[in-house]
Design a protein around this ligand. Structure first.
Ligand code: GDP
Length: 445
């Protein structure tokens, strides 16, 4: 989402490369560039002013004398200031000391509240919680049904008014839901409230009434990152009308400029706690200001990548493959396919690659990467006999033709795959000997 901002900042830093020390004029020019980059990305003006002021002051200060070169110093300062406007430390959910933790969601219609409620429920389930969803958006036609559908998708029960009973009383429904949660031993209750197309007093009153009735542990304001500067004004209006503890940014996968969303934490003084970046239920996580900043600065996001890798990788399968390599070296095409599928579980390849440092320059190629490539590889390998998969050396010309027909691909595709397999095997054997991945310190080998 912040591709343009990333590119602009990268250009700015490039012009500092090779400089022995920065003159005041250099710093002014850099500050001007950063200011333009932020404004173009739609970051709110007061936030830009403060940001640029801080960078300038620090770049001029005595800090610039350490081990880093001037360009690195500036990147470091910009990084730290970005982390700071995004809210500093990662803010985690506070759970109630006794009884169910109550989370209230507020925001405009279309912000993505209902979707988010289910995503949050799934995320909580992954943290070994037992959440319950509550449908208090009784205004938007179909909102209750939508929550029920989403709840079913993530396997979380939804508390909703019986048809014809309590339909006009969201406060009553909210109150009753807490009792129900206690009875059914749910430890987290997520209350979805009604939104409107624009900010209005009635909407605020209803959300406040629900808040007073359920005494939430956390009120989260949900805002669509794609609505530009309106994100800031809406955030301020909800802060005044309802009040909240944290912000959730949705639709960060969009291609709008999105900088306004980056301003919300700074303008309201409330941290961004979660971010949602896609329509899939798993496209959701805690918001880490430091990781977001390094992603914007294209320093990569190794932490997120490693965390995701740990979550998705099948330890047993990886161990088996490693043992095979270390032992007899009989790494087969089945293992190769298994590894591809493991990688795919991490998410789309372009998304994964985008998290690696320095990948910004390949953004166009990544965007054009054909995810179906893995499907093709899978089809080819599955068209082979078990004997061929175990011993790919068997695969001669006539077998290649048969396999290409069976998988609906070209013989050249089969050739490429077999070549790649032997290359991968060679590389992995080297890695098994040397330990760890070449050129990637810190990555589990
Ligand atoms: P609500 O009115 O606040 O409850 O909003 P909804 O949950 O109904 O979401 C409005 C629309 O935004 C729906 O079409 C969702 O599928 C979509 N949406 C929600 N979150 C995201 C997201 O993170 N990325 C994208 N691309 N779309 C989203």
């Amino acid at each position: 989402m912040f591709a343009t901002l990333s590119d602009r900042l990268a250009d700015t830093f490039k012009s500092l490369k090779g400089k022995g020390r920065l003159s005041d004029a250099d710093i002014d020019a850099t500050a001007r560039e950063i200011r333009i980059a932020l404004l173009e990305a739609d970051v709110a003006l007061p936030v830009v002013k403060e940001f640029v002021g801080a960078v300038k002051e620090r770049a001029r200060g005595e800090e610039v004398s350490g081990a880093l070169n001037p360009a690195q110093q500036v990147i470091k300062i910009v990084n730290e200031e970005l982390v700071s406007i995004l809210g500093g430390e990662t803010r985690r959910l506070r759970y109630a000391k006794s009884g169910p933790t109550v989370i209230l969601l507020a925001g405009l219609q279309g912000a993505g509240k209902t979707t988010l409620a289910a995503k949050l429920a799934l995320w909580l389930k992954d943290q070994d919680k037992s959440p319950m969803l509550v449908a208090c958006d009784l205004q938007r036609p179909n909102a209750v049904n939508q929550l029920q559908v989403n709840g079913e998708r993530v396997g979380v029960p939804v508390f909703a008014p019986e048809p014809g009973n309590g339909v006009g009383d969201p406060v009553g429904v909210a109150r009753a839901s807490i009792e129900e949660a206690r009875r059914r031993l749910h430890d987290v209750v997520i209350v979805d409230t009604a939104g409107r197309l624009g900010v209005d007093a009635e909407l605020m009153r209803q959300a406040s009434d629900i808040r007073d009735a359920v005494q939430p542990d956390e009120v989260l304001f949900v805002v669509d990152a794609m609505i530009g500067q309106d994100a800031v004004s809406t955030a301020l209006a909800f802060q005044e009308g309802v009040g909240y503890d944290g912000v959730v940014l949705t639709k960060l996968d969009g291609d709008a400029r999105g900088g306004a969303a980056l301003s919300v934490a700074s303008v309201t003084g409330k941290p961004v706690m979660f971010a949602s970046a896609g329509e899939k239920m798993t496209d959701f996580d805690l918001f880490h200001p430091d990781r977001m900043a390094s992603r914007i600065l294209d320093m990569g996001d190794m932490l997120t990548l490693i965390e995701q890798a740990e979550k998705s990788f099948d330890q047993d399968q990886a161990l088996k493959a490693a043992e095979k390599l270390a032992g007899t070296g009989d790494f087969t095409l089945d293992d190769f396919l298994g590894q591809m599928q493991q990688i795919r579980k991490l998410g789309s390849l372009s998304k994964i690659m985008g998290m690696l440092p320095g990948m910004g320059q390949f953004r166009d190629q990544l965007d054009n990467f054909d995810e179906r490539e893995i499907d093709r590889i899978q089809a080819i390998i599955q068209s082979m006999t078990p004997g061929e998969r175990d011993n790919p050396k068997l695969i001669d010309g006539s077998r290649r033709l048969r396999i290409s027909r069976g998988s609906g691909t070209q013989v050249s595709d089969v050739n490429t795959l077999v070549d790649r397999f032997f290359e991968a095997k060679k590389m992995m054997q080297q890695m098994a000997k040397g330990g760890g991945m070449p050129g990637m310190p810190g990555m589990p080998g």
